[in-house]
Design a protein around this ligand. Structure first.
Ligand code: WT7
Length: 654
């Protein structure tokens, strides 16, 4: 598999395929350049035009951008709209019977839902939530499996002006608790069970555990979607079955008309401190980004069958499951299971069965499927595919080539999309009918996105040299703040030294054609299987264990997952040896799983009497990174307080 270095040297170019160019929404480099220059010459005119063309407004806006409170930008501020109206009602007259969602459950059962059905389900739940006393401005936490109801729950919140905060079903009760508390949620919407890879996960039980941790004063109701027949613990007065709640509700629900800046959702993501941050998005600006990228990057056409494999617990599942595809009126597949169950042909079978045209997944999934059956896709009819997408982490050229030639049969452009929870939707990505592709590069910024690479002082860096990826100008779909923590928002993303640019947290470089190559995070954030995890977050979880005195966590390059988690741990007692070390390591792994979630489980734990520190007591992480990779320390260690510790940590893998 390629390391970052080999990614940097790959330069094969794939010009847009002729067949694709003819049908593309944006064909030819000139179309791309024209939009870019429109945006450069008059950014507000550009975004204002697009917002008027792509959003249905209840009340039009009179001003495009207010940057007086930089970096707390306001877009289209006096405009009034409803996002759910833009996703559902707008299609009711033109295509009520078009299938909106094709849901395939873990066990293979398929359920379809038309735009009319979906509208009705959303309205019923929205009315049900109102009957519980939930009102515009309140927050609801959604802790659901991938299913039609997860989309319904999010849309129902949007319909009544409630800010949702979806927590990925794989997060632990403890993580859930932290997020419910931080959001001050009045209700949790969940399901009794989730099924993945033949296994059952008891979501409602985790909600009960979260509540039992205490301190959730704002929480009044738990709405539970019933899937399984089993008995579950029930708290009368607080818990209500979804099916009972929606049973007698009206099938129409007047949307709550909200201002453009009304917070549509917050989504917690990891940063470089121990505490996850609630990234807050707007209504209109966010929606605009999702719609534009559906049309530009995914080249959306009415006959498409779109499938984004992301869970709604991540931002990808917000923009490319719940909002973007519905806003453009697409038919999409949603899938509850995992790519390797019942076997590694599952994704290809789903594409074949539902005639998927546009397939969007993560490099980790692609790499694991290559490993599990490089020729598997050939056993299926994948002729419906016309476009492939990648997201979440850098895709190495080998995986890109396999995706392109084996899955896409050298017909389908691959759009490698760089963006983040904080940017809401695509930022740097090829427009498939216009921009030549280079495997491993996310290519060029979308029109209106002023991406650049700078040094510590915010000065532009010449092509070919690595630096910090920044966005120089505001854009409508960027996050507005961190929930309850505006200072942290400013300090993290708009550091003074960079002169007001948005700091993405990634390092990158541009090649001689101006193409962007993302090299990975420039901060203490790991990317494991496309999931973002803060090293401090895992360290805090480890030191919360009574056995642990100190811990330092680093990433190690991993062929399948991108990065693997390696933890260096100092116990309060003696450094464990042999079998005991193995036993304690296993215990600590499970501990982290329970504290954060299975995605944060360290791959490897090494015990030492101490950690390598400078004389001022700072842990030298770069040395730990070298050790984790099994490399020789060639760096200068003269500032180290305790150089002997390196030898011990090198040998103590458990
Ligand atoms: C981080 C954001 C974007 C939605 C899913 C992840 C990395 C994302 C790419 C890409 C290289 C990528 C970056 C970024 N990343 N897409 N195409 N190529 N790296 O959202 O959890 O907010 O993570 O994912 O490091 O900063 P997220």
């Amino acid at each position: 598999m390629a390391t970052i270095k080999s990614v940097l040297h790959e330069t094969r170019v794939f010009p847009p395929d002729g067949g694709f160019v003819q049908q593309a929404n944006l064909s030819g480099m000139e179309a791309y350049r024209a939009l870019c220059s429109e945006a450069e010459q008059d950014p507000e005119g550009f975004w204002g035009r697009l917002a008027r063309e792509h959003i249905l407004w209840r009340e039009p806006f009179s001003r495009v951008l207010d940057e007086s409170a930089h970096p707390f930008f306001k877009w289209f501020e006096d405009g009034v709209l409803n996002v759910s109206f833009n996703c559902l009602d707008r299609h009711l007259a033109s295509q009520p019977d078009k299938v909106a969602l094709i849901f395939e459950a873990d066990d293979g059962r398929v359920t379809r839902c038309t735009y009319r059905d979906l509208h009705e389900r959303v309205c019923r739940l929205a009315n049900g939530l109102r009957s519980l006393g939930v009102a515009s401005g309140d927050r609801i936490v959604i802790y659901m499996p991938m299913c039609i109801e997860a989309v319904v729950a999010m849309q129902a919140c949007a319909r009544i002006g409630v800010t949702h905060s979806v927590v990925f079903g794989g997060f632990s009760a403890k993580s859930l608790h932290e997020r419910i508390r931080d959001a001050g949620a009045v209700a949790v919407v969940t399901a009794d069970e989730q099924y993945r890879g033949g296994r059952t996960n008891h979501l409602k039980t985790a909600v009960d555990e979260a509540i039992a941790l205490g301190g959730l004063e704002t929480l009044r109701s738990v709405v539970v979607y019933r899937r399984g027949p089993g008995d579950i613990r029930w708290e009368a007065g607080r818990d209500v079955w979804w099916q009972d709640l929606v049973g007698n509700q009206e099938v129409v629900c007047e949307p709550e008309w909200v201002g453009a800046e009304h917070p549509l959702f917050t989504l917690y993501t990891s940063g470089s401190t121990g505490k996850p941050k609630g990234v807050q998005h707007s209504s209109a600006g966010y929606l605009l980004g999702s719609v534009l990228s559906m049309k530009w990057v995914f080249d959306y056409k009415p006959d498409d069958v779109f499938w984004c494999t992301a869970d709604v617990g991540w931002v990808t599942g917000h923009s490319y499951v719940t909002y973007g595809p519905l806003a453009v009126g697409a038919t999409q597949v949603i899938f509850e299971g995992i790519p390797t169950y019942p076997d590694a042909g599952r994704f290809w079978k789903i594409i074949q069965d539902h005639r998927v045209t546009t397939f969007y997944t993560a490099p980790t999934a692609i790499r694991s499927l290559i490993k599990n059956g490089p020729d598997r896709p050939k056993e299926y009819d994948l002729s419906s595919l016309r476009l492939l997408g990648s997201v979440g982490e850098p895709i190495n050229p080998e995986a890109w080539m396999w995706y392109y030639t084996v899955v896409g049969q050298s017909r389908c452009p691959v759009v490698d999309t760089w963006w983040q929870t904080e940017t809401g939707s695509h930022m740097i990505a090829p427009l498939p009918g216009a921009i030549p592709l280079k495997p491993g590069s996310c290519t060029l910024p979308l029109p209106g996105i002023a991406a650049a690479i700078v040094d510590e002082a915010g000065q532009d860096i010449e092509n070919g040299k690595g630096g910090f990826l920044v966005i120089k100008r505001p854009f409508p779909y960027q996050a507005r703040t961190l929930w309850g923590d505006p200072e942290r928002f400013r300090d993290t993303y708009f550091p003074r030294e960079l002169g007001g640019y948005y700091l993405a947290g990634d390092s990158a470089h541009r090649d001689e054609d101006g193409y962007f190559w993302i090299m990975g995070r420039a901060d203490d954030v790991l990317n494991v299987s496309g999931h973002r995890l803060g090293t401090m977050e895992i360290e805090s979880a480890l030191v919360a264990n009574p056995l642990v005195a100190e811990a330092a966590v680093v990433g190690r390059p991993d062929d399948i997952r991108g990065e693997a988690i390696v933890a260096f741990v100092v116990l309060k007692g003696e450094r464990p040896q042999g079998e005991e070390a193995g036993r304690i390591a296993a215990e600590l792994r499970n501990w982290v799983s329970r504290e954060i979630g299975p995605i944060a489980r360290p791959e490897e734990i090494r015990f030492g009497d101490n950690l390598p520190k400078t004389r001022s007591g700072k842990i030298m992480r770069r040395l730990l990174r070298t050790l984790a990779q099994g490399g020789e320390i060639t760096q200068d260690v003269s500032t180290l307080e305790n150089p002997a510790i390196l030898e011990q940590l090198k040998q103590s893998a458990a």
